[in-house]
Design a protein around this ligand. Structure first.
Ligand code: ADP
Ligand code: MG
Length: 693
């Protein structure tokens, strides 16, 4: 069905080149046409040397005035070139005697390169050049902007250009056919340019093309394909969702006893949003197909209650539930909280992380296999090979905002028994704008907890340079005197965990010296689990006033009495992470504050980010701002977007296309199955074609 013209039809493609092309996901001539340039060079006109500005990439033409070898720290060849409007220096570090001789005074040459600021005048370092006739003619320059392609080791830019040249020629001669896969209606509705014309334009833009728009991938000819590509990826995920509905799962009747009892024991009532989402989950669980539901709720919106109510449905119906948290600290916290609720209800729990001692581990594994344990909380260790569940029907994945499609699928396979898949409930506090969620989470059903428990006050946030550290330390003292608890978060530029931990240790020591009356604890990623647990529990019990920590406390930690947070080097964090961190305070009824301390002077971007934090506490708004300021890498986590290998589209630049993408993806999956299939083949790499899983 797929039109596929053999690559060997092109000059210069043998088995070795073909192998390299395969690394770029190019398997046939048609693929070359969908392998788009990522930037362009303008070699369509000769720029007078007098008009050059620093940073320009330009073609110049001139006469050599002088060529000499200079001996400085490095030997180099210097050529002075002039065209009557100005003079420029060409600088070569690699050269030979022949080259020096050829660049003699009076020789005419044409160069292409980046203009840089030299010591006394402008210069080009190692420009591309060729000798030319005295009178330059327009045929010396390119007729189109020069495309620069993404390439791979051992495959030259020039080769890529020659291959696309040949492919374009075949297209023009009608020897190669490209099918328009978007339905007529979508082309008309969005006024999209025609397929072949767009392909030609993108590969060889005419001299008058707006280079900057093209560089930014915002030209209408490019947007056409951005739309097509996003639709293809979204359709691929939608098909996955459809396929999922054909699988079987345990159908779980709603709880009549446990849930009521649990809610009755709570000191508060559930918010409307919590109740609504719980109902959505219950209705999923009743179905004989596996639930794949994502619950988005801002930090502190009470996602744990939702997870617990879901778990109770499964337990009452006689099944097991696995609850997975991203860190030991969080797993530990869930385990303790839930145990206090579940033991009253007579529910047996187990707790599994990678760091259990052999004997404990063996006992826990036995309890899971025998169904003695009904609710099992843990880290990724839950899904190692030696874990065998007796009757697993529900998997809850908490705060795994970097949990991509592949991992969701792998986990699902792991939990499968006798052709029955477990239901999956994924909870995230990384809110992303709805239209974006519909694309990147197109394989999931999404519920939103759009309401915080009553009485929450926004966290007052201030931004302060670290030269005013003393004031902040005084603030800590005051807070602790008032019986409040404080987090102090350290960070370092270094990625090294060891250094981060060292920094936290140093800070804790300094604070301890300065504040003899404040009880200080320290947690970081290098502590043993039981040490970590000890410190966290002491903080929870208010046996500690101040907790110095690395970002290990980023997600999930819940100590309502903590009402002041200090974040050092706040300028180094992304918005999503700052919001997560700040979410650790403002959980009780008292006023809370967050001090964002920064070092040195702030970049424009950092200034904007910290200002957003000061102005709002709303996670969805922050996510939207994050998208505007930095792009979605931050919002989604690189792994997640990294998974969708986009060729031309960009979630940030093409946000405005997302509503169209979502609407049409539904339409395509429903009414154009064949085109959908072919779109996915065209745009989505094999290991992302989940529907075949
Ligand atoms: P998150 O959504 O960030 O995981 P948690 O589940 O940790 O939030 O809940 C945050 C805090 O709010 C906890 O202390 C929890 O007991 C409390 N909480 C949850 N739901 C409610 C509610 N409906 N009313 C009052 N407090 C609630
Ligand atoms: Mg939570």
């Amino acid at each position: 069905m797929r039109t596929c013209t053999d690559l060997t039809r092109l000059k210069g493609v043998g088995p070795r080149v073909a192998e390299k092309l395969a690394r770029l996901r190019i398997h046939c001539v048609e693929d070359i046409l969908f392998h788009f340039p990522f930037r362009y060079e303008d070699r369509t006109r000769i720029v007078p040397i007098g008009n050059l500005r620093v940073g320009d990439h330009a073609v110049i033409h001139g006469e050599v005035q002088l060529t000499e070898i200079k001996f400085g720290r490095r030997r180099m060849l210097i050529t002075h070139l002039s065209d009557g409007t100005g003079m420029i220096v060409l600088r070569f570090f690699h050269f030979n005697a022949q080259q020096k001789a050829a660049l003699a005074r009076g020789v005419h040459m044409q160069c292409y390169g980046e203009v840089r600021k030299g010591q006394r005048q402008l210069e080009m370092i190692h420009p591309e050049y060729k000798y030319s006739e005295q009178q330059e003619t327009l045929t010396d320059v390119e007729q189109a902007l020069t495309p620069i392609y993404p390439t791979t080791e051992g495959l030259h830019q020039l080769t890529m250009r020659q291959l696309s040249e040949q492919a374009l020629a075949l297209l023009k001669q009608g020897k190669l056919k490209l099918a328009e896969l978007l339905p007529e209606a979508i082309l008309e509705e969005n006024d999209l340019p025609e397929l072949v014309a767009s392909i030609e334009y993108i590969h060889r833009p005419p001299p008058d093309a707006p280079v900057n728009t093209l560089q930014d991938h915002e030209h209408v000819m490019q947007e056409r394909f951005a739309l097509e590509e996003l639709i293809a990826h979204t359709c691929s995920l939608r098909l996955l969702r459809q396929k999922n509905r054909e699988h079987s799962a345990h159908s779980i009747s709603p709880s009549t006893k446990l849930e009521k009892e649990f809610i009755g024991n709570l000191p508060f009532s559930l918010t409307n949003a919590q109740q609504r989402v719980i109902e959505e989950i219950k209705s999923d669980l009743e179905k004989p197909a596996p639930m794949q539901r994502l619950v988005q709720g801002d930090v502190g919106s009470g996602k744990t209650m939702v997870a617990v109510c879901a778990a109770l449905q499964a337990v009452e119906a006689g099944y097991q539930v696995a609850i997975m948290a991203p860190t030991e600290i969080l797993a530990e916290q869930h385990y303790r909280n839930m145990q206090s609720w579940f033991s009253i209800l007579g529910i047996e729990m187990a707790w599994l992380t990678g760091k259990l001692k052999t004997k404990q581990r063996r006992e826990t594994l036995a309890a899971i296999e025998s169904h003695e344990a009904q609710v099992i909380v843990g880290t990724h260790a839950l899904f190692q090979d030696e874990v065998t569940f007796a009757r697993l029907a529900l998997v809850v994945i908490d705060e795994q905002h970097r949990f991509g499609v592949h991992q969701r699928l792998a986990l699902r396979e792991k939990g499968k028994a006798q052709d029955l898949y477990p239901h999956q409930l994924i909870m995230t506090a990384t809110p992303i704008p709805r239209t974006l969620a519909m694309t990147v989470y197109a394989d999931l059903d999404v519920s939103i907890i759009n309401e915080l428990p009553p009485g929450r006050k926004p966290v007052e946030t201030v931004v302060i340079p670290d030269v005013r550290r003393n004031e902040i330390v005084q603030r800590v003292v005051k807070a602790s005197e008032q019986g409040r608890q404080i987090y102090w978060v350290c960070s370092l530029i270094e990625e090294s965990e060891a250094l981060q931990c060292q920094a936290a240790e140093d800070t804790a020591n300094l604070l301890a010296e300065a504040l003899p009356d404040v009880r200080i604890g320290l947690v970081h990623g290098r502590l043993k689990p039981d040490q970590k647990e000890l410190v966290m529990n002491k903080f929870k019990q208010h046996e500690l006033d101040l907790l110095v920590a690395t970002t290990v406390i980023e997600v999930g930690v819940d100590v309502p009495n903590a009402s002041l947070m200090v974040i050092e080097n706040a300028e180094r964090f992304g918005l999503a992470q700052l919001h997560q961190l700040r979410g650790r305070v403002g959980r009780g009824s008292q006023d809370s504050a967050c001090v964002l301390m920064y070092h040195g002077s702030l970049s424009q971007n950092a200034k904007q980010r910290l200002a957003v934090m000061r102005e709002t506490n709303d996670g969805f708004l922050i996510a939207q701002k994050d998208l505007e300021i930095r792009g979605p890498g931050e919002v989604l986590g690189t792994r997640q977007t990294g998974e969708m290998q986009l060729m031309i589209a960009d979630f940030f630049k093409h946000q405005h296309l997302l509503p169209t993408v979502n609407r049409w993806s539904d339409e395509l999956v429903r009414n154009y199955p064949e085109q959908t299939e072919r779109l996915i083949q065209r745009w989505v790499g094999e290991n992302e074609q989940f529907a075949s899983v």
